[in-house]
Design a protein around this ligand. Structure first.
Ligand SMILES: Nc1ncnc2c1ncn2[C@@H]1O[C@H](COP(=O)(O)OP(=O)(O)OP(=O)(O)O)[C@@H](O)[C@H]1O
Ligand SMILES: [Mg+2]
Length: 317
């Protein structure tokens, strides 16, 4: 397992990582989220021995990363934010080179390169130079390089950044497949990716851990903290008339209503209580409205993220 305790890193006056602690159990795929500048990459660089912390402890599979960095590295695969690849090297050469750096040679190296071509879907591009590849394929080569020595632990820093939706889906499927046999910590800004891929997510903000839980549980917790939201389309009234009528519905805390071009009213209602949907329906009957639509809107990980990081995607230092 990965065990991080009270990790801290400053760059001059900037506190990049401010005493974070977490664990990743063997076999888990954990998402690492946070706004730009939150400290994700800095944390990952410390986990992978590329940066020394100011304070704290890191343990990977029982190995103290700070005391025995070389042994820790053997267990780790790290895909940094911008994977370093040599444009003029061929795909196979790149993998062989990565393997040799990791101490592989001979038949074992050949086997591992073949296995990586297979696992990362590189068959079509084995004859090409890295410089000729699309971003998605480059990323696959990066992943193959990261996996060449068959590490049990993978640290992936935004593996799908800059990819198109199809490539994102492919890399996500690849990560999920790899995750069946490995322990993965993965940072990303694509929140649905976390719900699709991860059994747990960590959210970091200003260098501090602000959430550590199952993504679905985080979504439920946010939904019960901020209330449920319903979308309505109503005929037979105006936004000006519907607004106060909806506000009077028991449990309702917030109403937005707008007149649509076709004469209907679109409303979004937030409130608490299990019976909110029923209450809204009853109000519509009482007011003699035609309810063209009444739809609960499920909270998303995006709502969780916004709530815990105060909506700043900028990083405020
Ligand atoms: N080498 C460095 N020198 C100085 N400051 C740094 C250095 N690396 C990171 N920082 C600062 O540390 C903070 C955390 O940066 P980090 O790269 O870890 O954020 P991040 O969460 O990975 O953000 P992003 O989503 O943009 O990748 C930022 O304020 C950043 O400017
Ligand atoms: Mg980063």
């Amino acid at each position: 397992m990965i065990r991080v305790s009270q990790l801290r890193k400053t760059f001059g006056a900037t506190v990049a990582v401010d005493g974070i602690s977490f664990e990743v159990a063997e076999g888990e795929v954990v998402g690492f989220l946070g706004p730009n500048g939150a400290g994700k990459s800095t944390t990952m660089r410390m986990l992978t021995t590329y940066l020394d912390p100011d304070a704290g402890e890191i343990e990977i599979a029982g190995v103290d990363v700070l005391e025995r960095p070389i042994e820790a590295r053997r267990r780790l695969g790290y895909l940094p934010e911008s994977a370093p690849l040599y444009e003029e090297l061929g795909v196979l050469e790149t993998l062989r080179y990565a393997g040799r750096i990791r101490g592989l040679g001979g038949a074992r190296l050949r086997d591992r390169v073949d296995a990586m071509v297979d696992a990362c879907g590189l068959e079509k591009v084995v004859a090409k130079d890295v410089g000729e590849l699309s971003k998605g394929y480059r990323q696959r080569v990066g992943l193959a390089q990261t996996l060449i020595h068959d590490p049990d632990f993978l640290i992936l820093d935004e593996p799908t950044t800059g990819l198109d939706p199809n490539q994102i889906r492919e890399i996500r499927a690849l990560v999920r497949r790899i995750g069946e046999t490995k322990t993965i910590l993965l940072s990303t800004h694509i929140l649905p990716e976390v719900q699709a891929t991860c059994s747990r997510c960590l959210i970091i903000h200003d260098g501090k851990l602000v959430a550590d839980d199952d993504p679905n549980r985080l979504v439920d917790a946010t939904a019960s903290a901020t209330g449920q939201r319903f979308r309505l389309v109503i005929r037979g009234t105006t936004a000006a008339a519907a607004r106060p009528a909806l506000k009077r519905v028991p449990g309702v805390s917030d109403v937005e209503a707008d007149d649509l071009p076709d004469g209907a009213v679109a409303a979004a209602v937030t409130g608490a209580g299990d019976a909110l949907g029923e209450e809204l329906f009853r109000r519509a009957v009482k007011e003699d409205w035609v309810l063209a639509e009444l739809r609960p809107e499920r909270a998303s990980l995006e709502d969780v993220f916004r709530r815990l990081t105060h909506g700043d995607e900028e990083g405020d230092r």
